[in-house]
Design a protein around this ligand. Structure first.
Ligand code: NAG
Ligand code: NAG
Ligand code: NAG
Ligand code: NAG
Ligand code: NAG
Ligand code: NAG
Ligand code: NAG
Ligand code: NAG
Length: 487
């Protein structure tokens, strides 16, 4: 890059940044992360921090609690690990504060965050004496009448997408993937994964029932709970410490030194990771085959085991199987305003997760399709000629299952797109070129910025604590906001 004559630009930028820095950079992190927060603590987001501003750290220095920058200018509270892209815990992400001086976090017995501009006013509603971060990432408000202290509030009671070793997951909790599309909940005797398929409905897509080999579920003994056991399994318990079920991880009964976590990721899969001292290694995967995932190929597509993704309608391009996103009504109801659609029929189709879908029995394919034709809330039907089972899909079509048996016939209502395919492709190409240019520019800026930063660092020599280091990606899951803020 120097060869390209960038050094003068570098020098210019260095001067520029130095100028800006003389006003701002010296104020950076006046407060280093501490081991304990007590009454009187107050913090505001630092405008120069671009991903994470640590405020509190655990005794081993592995985890940090602090301000997480989300989506550029929004703020959330989070507990992070330097080698995880996504935080271990994040405060209710539906209500984000702004990354501005208007946002204030303080501890007065309660941990309180206020941001009048975003109408965020959240509190733990406790009367504790301190806030600490445990070496298992649990954030706790403690009341300390000596000698022992009691826990008034803890983040382990409010999981987001991650469950940590020994954390109790009860029937009133849910793990929710960071994109908000998938959730994990406990039933009376099972662990279930659910996909949000429309504004108000969910599809069951994975179930693990308790085998009850060692202990039986007793009626009236209360709900079950789930917990990751350090011996390498996800246990389901009702009373005491004898599991009613054991879902083994790869490290099952192999003594390992390290922390286990379980995470519901953005593709709907539930994955376990083990910190082996240097990295988070994949240790468990609930769904092993791609076609068993809830929506692996996107809307109006087909996933065929062994051959992957294709579109339901052969005339569309893979990756663009879906018609225009609905601008009008979500379904085909509504008289004159009803969305127009064409019909696509094809054999070799099955509904995914059919064991958890309602079906009717009809005597013919025609009778099955007719039920969908007549119902404006129906998006498609699948008929099994062998069994006579007729499945009606009452939400926008997602990935269907491709099968050999051509007597299983699907009927689909496909929203008419008003012939904009070409311009969309053009637009996509245009956008990609723009994005590429932006990326090149960003990389250049970051490179230049980094050189300046490293020089600055040598000059200023005021570091020492945890700096908001880069996050490493974990598995296939990517956390948009962190990814974005990293640019
Ligand atoms: C990020 O910002 C965009 C546009 O401002 C918005 O559509 C999106 O929902 C935001 N995402 C989150 C996670 O807040
Ligand atoms: C984990 O994060 C730390 C701190 O950022 C870094 O020094 C280390 O190299 C990372 N380890 C891996 C395996 O990425
Ligand atoms: C802490 O501050 C909040 C918000 O100002 C207030 O509602 C609460 O009563 C305070 N709690 C204590 C223990 O002072
Ligand atoms: C975490 O803290 C507990 C005591 O609170 C201690 O027994 C345990 O050894 C610690 N674990 C690690 C990995 O430091
Ligand atoms: C989880 O629940 C068990 C039994 O219900 C209890 O003994 C244990 O202390 C709980 N663990 C945590 C971290 O709260
Ligand atoms: C925590 O830190 C200790 C050393 O301080 C290290 O041995 C251990 O692997 C770390 N654990 C995690 C989960 O990062
Ligand atoms: C798509 O192509 C496959 C094989 O090429 C064929 O069996 C199927 O009927 C076609 N479907 C449609 C809707 O045209
Ligand atoms: C459906 O089944 C009937 C009799 O059970 C049979 O006559 C018909 O050929 C089958 N149709 C297809 C498409 O397999």
């Amino acid at each position: 890059m120097e060869v390209l004559g960038l050094s003068s630009v570098t020098r210019f930028l260095l001067l520029f940044v130095f100028f800006v820095c003389s006003h701002k950079c010296n104020l950076v992190n006046a407060s280093e992360p501490v081991l304990e927060i007590t009454k009187g603590f107050e913090a505001k987001p630092d405008s120069s921090v671009d991903s994470f501003q640590p405020l509190l750290t655990d005794p081993s220095g592995n985890f940090s609690f602090g301000f997480l920058r989300v989506n550029g200018s929004r703020l959330s509270l989070a507990v992070t690990h330097p080698n995880l892209t996504e935080p271990l815990w994040i405060f209710d992400p539906t209500r984000l504060a702004s990354w501005s001086h208007k946002t204030k976090l303080f501890f007065n017995g309660s941990l309180v965050i206020t941001d009048p501009s975003s109408r965020v006013d959240w509190s733990t509603h406790t009367n504790g004496d301190s806030l600490v971060l445990r070496n298992d990432s649990n954030l706790q408000v403690l009341k300390s009448p000596s000698p022992s202290s009691s826990v008034e509030w803890e983040s382990f009671d409010f999981p987001r997408n991650t469950l940590v070793e020994n954390q109790n997951f009860t029937s009133t909790m849910a793990l929710v993937s960071s994109n908000g599309l998938y959730s994990m909940r406990l039933g009376s005797d099972f662990i279930g994964l659910y996909a949000k398929v429309s504004e108000d409905s969910e599809q069951f897509y994975w179930k693990h029932s308790a085998l009850q080999a060692k202990a039986k579920i007793k009626d009236g003994s209360g709900p079950i709970l789930a917990r990751i056991n350090p011996n390498g399994y996800l246990g389901m318990y009702q009373i005491g410490n004898i599991p009613i079920d054991v879902e083994a991880f790869n490290s099952f009964q192999r003594p390992v030194n390290g922390l286990l976590i379980l995470r519901l990721e953005s593709d709907g899969n539930l994955r376990g990771y083990l910190w082996d001292g240097s990295q988070w290694a994949l240790n468990y995967e609930a769904i092993r085959l791609p076609c068993d995932l809830p929506n692996p190929c996107g809307p109006y597509s087909l996933c065929t085991p062994g051959s992957g993704c294709s579109c339901i309608d052969n005339s569309t391009v893979i990756g663009e199987c879906s018609p225009e996103p609905p601008s009008g009504p979500a379904d085909f109801c509504g008289g004159d305003k009803a969305a127009k659609f064409k019909v696509v029929r094809r054999g070799g189709v099955e509904v995914p997760f059919k064991e958890w879908m309602d079906h009717k029995t009809t005597s013919s394919l025609g009778e099955c399709e007719e039920m969908c034709v007549e119902d404006c809330k129906c998006f498609g039907s699948v008929y099994n000629n062998g069994s006579g089972f007729c499945y009606l899909v009452n939400y926008p079509i997602r990935t269907m299952l491709g099968v050999e048996d051509s007597s299983k016939v699907g009927y689909f209502k496909v929203r008419e797109s008003v012939g904009k395919k070409k311009s969309r492709v053009g637009l996509t190409v245009g956008m990609s070129v723009l994005a590429l240019i932006a990326l090149v520019l960003t990389v250049t800026m970051v490179y230049v910025g980094f050189r300046i930063w490293s020089r600055e660092k040598r000059i200023v020599e005021e570091d020492g604590g945890l700096s908001p280091g880069p996050y490493k990606n974990l598995g296939s899951d990517s956390f948009r906001s962190v990814e974005m803020s990293r640019r």
